[in-house]
Design a binder for this molecule. Structure first.
Ligand SMILES: C[S@@+](CC[C@H](N)C(=O)[O-])C[C@H]1O[C@@H](n2cnc3c(N)ncnc32)[C@H](O)[C@@H]1O
Length: 269
């Protein structure tokens, strides 16, 4: 498990600015958030009233995608970067409901996530690492990641609702390519990403809320998000709105469209 003690983590939690993990927790109805996060989240909901449905739809996309890569792709190792605060069912619980031997490395750059996630489980097949997506080599080389993930065997890399917190200047395409290149054939990339394509009129209002947060929100087009999958083969139905990726329930006719794309792709030989 993570080598940081909870005391060290607590010292590093910044409550002066809203943080995406804690805002996301508030959207999901959780209690692991502070007033500064609640105010920013409420402001975001004014610009994007469907955000609660959006985060749930994103979460359910992740459930279906994890079930797919484990049940149909034979995946038994998962690297989940930008894991968020614990929300049941968590990735290891979904995967292990199909394959109990599945190993999961959780990575997030928010100390509060590491503190909470560590409480999730004591088993040696799960780890929680405090690290930053913007330094992918540090994640790939991290001893605790390496203790759980064998990069000689297929891995499912989860980048679910996290790449949109990486600014263009920080080279999100290069970061994701570095991670893709580290995976052997038979591995999967599961990725979702916020877009302004769906609600073009409110794109700026929604993104503006995150300007004061610890990470900016960078809405991207279908083409730009699709490029993040590189030469991996897209699993049907391709990159679509998360609600349209192998839906298991019919949405009510008046449900608002959700501005988050999601897709799953497999690395070939
Ligand atoms: C919107 S939440 C998504 C949580 C989960 N993946 C899901 O979809 O339910 C985004 C998470 O990414 C984390 N995050 C944001 N920027 C990050 C970065 N540069 N490196 C690692 N994690 C990051 C946040 O702390 C937060 O926990």
């Amino acid at each position: 498990m993570t080598s940081l003690s909870s005391g060290e983590n607590a010292d590093r939690i910044d409550t002066s600015k809203p943080h995406p993990a804690r805002m996301y927790d508030y959207f999901l109805g959780g209690k692991d958030n502070y007033e500064v996060d609640q105010l920013a989240a409420e402001q975001f909901m004014k610009a994007a009233p469907e955000v609660r449905e959006g985060v749930l739809a994103n979460r359910h996309f992740m459930h279906r995608a994890v079930r797919h890569v484990v049940a149909e792709g034979g995946i038994r190792q998962i690297l989940d970067i930008g894991t968020g605060l614990p929300t049941e069912p968590n990735v290891h619980q979904i995967a292990r409901s199909i394959a109990p031997e599945t190993r999961v490395a959780y990575v997030d750059n928010d100390p509060i996530v590491a503190t909470h996630s560590r409480a999730l489980s004591d088993d040696p097949d799960t780890t929680v690492v405090l690290a930053d997506l913007r330094d992918p080599v540090a994640i790939l080389d991290h001893p605790e990641v390496r203790a759980v993930i064998d990069f000689g065997r297929p891995v499912a890399l989860l980048l679910v609702a996290v790449v949109h917190f990486v600014a263009d200047a920080e080279d999100p395409a290069g970061i994701v390519a570095t991670l893709r290149d580290a995976l052997p054939a038979g591995s999967y990339l599961v990725l979702s990403h916020a877009t302004g394509d769906v609600h073009e009129d409110r794109r700026e209002d929604a993104a503006a809320v995150y300007k004061n947060a610890t990470a900016s929100l960078n809405l991207r087009s279908h083409t730009t998000v699709l490029d993040l999958f590189g030469d991996f083969a897209m699993v049907e139905p391709g990159l679509v709105r998360v609600t349209d990726w192998r839906p298991e329930e019919v949405r009510r006719p008046d449900a608002p469209p959700i501005g988050i794309y999601g897709g799953v792709a497999r690395k070939g030989a």
